[in-house]
Design a protein around this ligand. Structure first.
Ligand code: PAF
Length: 281
């Protein structure tokens, strides 16, 4: 595995690969890698000649500065995981390398970015668009891989790709879960032992709700999920919305979409966890 911290060196290496007609897969990450990332890397390695993984904690997407400061950083361990998973190129730039000057670009991402995470994390999706567009411009990947845990993020990135007419195929990959259902997340390491025991109630409640959704209204399903999770001490739902899985717009009736997806954010103590589930209608 090659490791680069310089854009110029990375581009030189990739220019040779492109000259040889090799396909390039990109997995953008913020490090603190776990089995969820590993599944993206394995898939990218299988589907492309070069598997590039970026590790960069992007400051412009953190609306909460404390979250940025405390975000887990485990670069050495990350490199071991990447090598074992088939990554051929790790790109680990400094903040100065990625942002020699402040990025002042404002993306008009439209309705997909204006619901759920959008208003609750002001500037977050713009920051994601800034860094992902930079990475796409530097790497020029054929395929880019993102996890469905950040379901709305994928819709936002697809929108950005459309806006900028970028020639990259966005590949959405399924959530990887612990055996008790908890969606893997770098933030899970911040849970106390007690909180970690409670957190699987999120995925379990979502799964349960799928089993009876066919006989209930959208509102009844939403109320069930929120009330069940809120009844657990130290757990508080920030929002639960059932949306059209393409436009991200909330639905009131199942008939409004062929692809309903429930998206949830829950505070487990101070740790903000997200998850989602598709209702097979
Ligand atoms: O999902 C993430 O880890 C980040 O938002 C991403 C896509 C790597 C951009 O920094």
């Amino acid at each position: 595995m090659k490791v680069f911290d310089s854009i110029k060196d990375l581009q030189q290496y990739l220019a040779d690969a492109k000259w040889e007609n090799k396909t390039i897969g990109l997995v953008p990450t913020m490090g603190a890698l776990h089995k969820g990332h590993e599944s993206l890397v394995r898939r990218s390695a299988k589907e492309n000649d070069e598997c590039v993984v970026s590790v960069f904690v992007n400051p412009t997407q953190f609306n909460d500065k404390n979250d940025l400061i405390t975000y887990p950083r485990t670069v050495e361990k990350d490199c071991e995981l990447l090598e074992a998973a088939g990554c051929t190129v790790a790109f680990i730039p400094s903040e100065k390398e990625m942002y020699p000057k402040p990025d002042t670009r404002v993306f008009k991402l439209g309705a997909v970015a204006e619901v759920m995470e959008g208003p609750r994390r002001p500037g977050h999706f713009n920051g994601v668009a800034q860094i992902v567009s930079k990475l796409f411009d530097i790497v020029k990947p054929d395929n880019a891989y993102f996890g469905e845990k950040d379901f709305q993020q994928i819709a936002v990135i697809r929108q950005m790709v459309k806006l900028l007419n970028l020639p990259v195929n966005i590949v959405a990959c399924p959530i990887v879960r612990e055996s008790d259902g908890l969606a893997l997340s770098s933030r899970n390491t911040r849970l106390t032992e007690e909180q970690r025991k409670k957190a699987p109630v999120i995925a379990q409640t979502l799964r349960e709700s799928v089993t009876f959704a066919a006989h209930k209204s959208v509102k009844e399903v939403i109320d069930y999920v929120i009330n069940t999770i809120n009844s657990v001490p130290d757990m508080e739902v920030e929002y639960y919305e059932i949306v059209d899985g393409y436009s991200m717009q909330p639905i009131q009736h199942w008939s409004e979409t062929a692809y309903p997806v429930g998206c949830i954010t829950v505070y487990c103590g101070k740790v903000r966890l997200i998850d989602n589930i598709a209702y097979g209608k």
